[in-house]
Design a binder for this molecule. Sequence first.
Ligand SMILES: CCCCCCCCCCCC(=O)SCCNC(=O)CCNC(=O)[C@H](O)C(C)(C)COP(=O)(O)OP(=O)(O)OC[C@H]1O[C@@H](n2cnc3c(N)ncnc32)[C@H](O)[C@@H]1OP(=O)(O)O
Length: 256
Amino acid sequence: MLRSCAARLRPLLVAHGRPGGARLTSTFSFEEVTQKDHALPKPSWSKDLRLLFDQFMKKCEDGSWERLPSCSRHSVQRFQNFTKAFFSGSIPVKEEQISQAKFFPRSFEDGLGFEYAMFWSKDEKRIVCLFQGGLYLQGIPGFLHGGALVTLIDTTLGTHAMLAGGAVMTANLSINFKRPMPLCSVGVINTQLDKIEGRKLFVSCNIQSVDEKTVYTEGTGKKLLLSSCLASSLSLSPSFFFSFVLVYNPHMPINF
Ligand SMILES: CCCCCCCCCCCC(=O)SCCNC(=O)CCNC(=O)[C@H](O)C(C)(C)COP(=O)(O)OP(=O)(O)OC[C@H]1O[C@@H](n2cnc3c(N)ncnc32)[C@H](O)[C@@H]1OP(=O)(O)O
């Protein structure tokens, strides 16, 4: 089974100039050049968000943490390869629409929607997502819409599951809204991987205020790996596995 899985993935990696097992920095860097990295400070970021971002960038200096770059759209090639690999090549939108499609959390104008940056700790195996919810994300007056919070929770938990296991889809998400979160305030999402059962990854997180005094929301999610052979390939050949994940995840570190 592993051999057939590897055979299925190899053409995709070669198509990106990435033979299985090789480090993939050069091709991904090329995409970085052509696509804007949104997980960097902007004028619309509040002082709180900048301060937290700077603190985590400091933690990155010794290599224990890594900032995850984030772009707003996939290249047409990446899109097509993803659907070929996991949905039998049936592209769900018209060919001409592919280049127009945007990653939902990155689809708002600067400062009006989600502003966020994720950091990954390889040792602690967790993600911290620093974010600020803009004026277009209002629910009840003055507070963030619950759906907006769920979007960012799903995105952060999905990224964690991808880093832990490979391409995933959300099968189940459970949310507890504990306190309303003020519009334009800054929140911190902390994730953890609770367990893996076969293709199922159980991940959870909460959203806290910057001073850690308020827990706004808690979330637990069940993510399903899209291919059962990917998890087992991780234990045999991490570099091959990571090279695959790098192709598909817009939040993946450049130098994994
Ligand atoms: C591109 C880079 C972007 C990267 C960007 C970074 C992250 C972005 C995050 C966004 C994520 C999304 O929005 S995803 C979009 C929202 N989600 C979806 O549209 C998913 C739609 N659902 C599906 O496609 C499917 O139901 C799947 C893939 C989830 C599962 O189908 P399947 O593969 O056929 O699996 P199946 O045999 O049914 O079940 C396998 C096991 O999982 C359990 N299971 C299945 N569904 C559920 C469920 N809803 N709740 C609990 N458990 C479930 C079953 O009981 C079974 O357990 P057992 O018997 O083995 O014990």
